[in-house]
Design a protein around this ligand. Structure first.
Ligand code: NAD
Length: 496
């Protein structure tokens, strides 16, 4: 029986009347898990109106009450972590352990949202002029929207709506059409936690539905996470329509390997980061820069990578899962083919088979050495289990190479020298920096801060900056008159 995934409007799962539906496939088997509808114009309008209506009450709800909703939601998510991880694994393909991490990193943001009140506090100065005081408040914006990618179906939606809603807004989520089932379950649990109808809506679909949200006059802010071309489009279209936009985009993350690093930790870190989740993490290391003699470790790296095997989500022996779709797999295979002509291919995962899963989108670990900066495989975000190696003579050269790269999402250095680590941290032009940490994703009390083409906008995800994104500041200047006071006309803008 074909399941038609409902929308989530005004606190209820609603069957879409759309005639356009997309198949959601298990990427390990091609089994159809459900059909996801492309919401109609009318359904989008109803969801915006419901969010607008809910906002009128929600903005008046005291922040501690909003926090309590988030506390209940956090508890429910923890209780359902395993169930969510299983739904997520089936539609996304990532291993169960990785899926648990995906849900957990989202739960941590809900914890931050539950503690939001101190971050909403304004500022006060007494006596800005004689007898006049000034202070500021933060106030919610209204209806916000979020457009999310396939690779973290729990964590990334949870970066967005809990923070926006805890700030007093209402939210419309458009999850990836490739793995939309997790989002529906997140919404149901939110409702079960006591969220009033209309706080969170889920609109399914693709470009057409995103476009309707981007131009809608009642939507005040847009959060996006996904690829560079779409991120640029969302940023331009959203800001053209005079909305606040934050767009997190693609990446090419480098790890610098110094000759004084701990060899086994470095190699383990590189393998896990490059092929974990089939390389489909925005913070995956996809370029290793070996400095000086450390390039002698490439053979050992190859041996460790070669033993990692992809497989289905529910098998403990699977190192990672399939590529999200057949089309994405074909794109990666084309890039590997180009790479074979551009560089030395040490491991080629193109012909990868997994016993019992003949139809899965499998690609084995792939390793290139002697890669040049002009090559296509260096310039393109591959987003698969492919690691490319480059060699340089000094840390200065490594830093220059990374700073010249148009992306700036994540980077890492492995070294035992405090001096090299400090120099790297200080000089590198990338948002997330790891020192002997291969995937340095910050916890939610920090901001997530891509640089260069990895981010468009000015305020970042979660942390204090997210509160600034999802609120307006209102500054009040206040004076109270004493009836006895004499009065005079002031023709200047000075406060007297
Ligand atoms: P994508 O850009 O293809 O899709 C992201 C979202 O945009 C989806 O919801 C999709 O339906 C929508 N979309 C796609 N094409 C559109 C169009 N033409 N107009 C309007 N909306 C459109 O990204 P993806 O393949 O789902 O995700 C992988 C990408 O996301 C990678 O590039 C990865 O680096 C990036 N990513 C970045 C971060 C970060 O924090 N910087 C985090 C995760 C993923």
């Amino acid at each position: 029986m074909t399941i038609h995934l409902p929308l989530f409007i005004n606190g209820e799962l609603v069957k879409s009347s759309s005639s356009k539906n997309i198949e959601v496939l298990n990427p390990a088997t091609q089994e159809i898990l459900c059909h996801v509808p492309c919401a109609t114009e009318n359904e989008i309008e109803v969801s915006v109106q419901s969010a607008l209506h809910a906002f009128e009450q929600w903005k008046e709800t005291p922040p501690p009450e909003r926090s309590r909703l988030m506390m209940r939601y956090q508890a429910l998510l923890k209780e359902h972590q395993e169930e969510l991880a299983e739904i997520l694994s089936q539609e996304n393909g990532k291993t169960l352990e990785d899926a648990r991490g995906d849900v957990w990193r989202g739960i941590e943001v809900v914890e931050q949202a539950a503690n939001i009140t101190p971050l909403l506090m304004g500022e006060t100065v007494e006596n800005v002029a004689r007898g006049i005081d000034a202070y500021s408040y933060t106030q919610a914006l209204g209806v916000c929207t979020g457009i999310t990618p396939f690779n973290f179906p729990a964590m990334i939606p949870l970066w967005m709506f809990p923070m926006a809603i805890a700030c007093g807004n209402t939210f419309i989520l458009k999850p990836s059409e490739q793995d939309p089932m997790t989002a529906n379950r997140l919404a149901e649990l939110f409702s079960e936690a006591g969220a009033p109808p209309g706080l969170l809506q889920i609109i399914h679909g693709e470009k057409e539905q995103v476009d309707a949200l981007l131009v809608h006059p009642d939507i005040k802010a847009v959060s996006f996470v996904g690829s560079v071309p779409v991120g640029q489009y969302i940023y331009k279209t959203g800001t053209d329509n005079l909305k606040r936009v934050q767009a997190f985009a693609g990446a090419k993350n480098h790890m610098v390997v110094m000759p004084d690093a701990n060899k086994s930790k470095t190699i383990d870190g590189l393998v896990g980061s490059a092929v974990g989740a089939a390389g489909q993490r925005c913070m995956a290391i996809s370029v290793a820069i070996f400095v000086g003699d450390s390039s002698e470790w490439i053979n050992e790296l190859k041996e460790k990578m070669a033993v990692v095997k992809p497989g289905p989500w529910d098998s403990e022996s699977s190192g990672y899962g399939p590529i999200i779709s057949h089309a994405a797999k074909e794109r990666i295979l084309d890039l590997i083919k180009i790479g074979r002509e551009e560089a030395t291919c040490l491991l080629d995962g193109s012909d990868c088979e997994v016993e019992g899963y003949p139809d899965g989108n499998w690609i084995g670990p792939t390793l290139f050495a002697d890669v040049k900066t002009e090559s296509t495989i260096y310039k393109t975000e591959i987003f698969g289990p492919v690691l490319i190696c480059m060699s340089v003579d000094s840390i200065e050269e490594a830093i220059q190479l990374i700073n010249d790269n148009p992306f700036g999402n994540g980077t890492s250095i492995f070294t035992s020298s405090g001096h090299s680590a400090r120099k790297f941290r200080h000089e590198i032009q990338v948002g997330q920096v790891g020192i002997n940490v291969p995937i340095p994703v910050p916890l939610p009390f920090f901001s997530f801060t891509g640089w260069k083409q990895s981010f468009y906008g000015d305020l970042h995800a979660y942390g204090k900056q997210a509160v600034r994104f999802y609120t307006e500041t209102k500054t009040v200047t206040e004076r109270w008159f004493d009836d006895e006071e004499s009065s005079e006309t002031n023709l200047t803008i000075d406060l007297k």
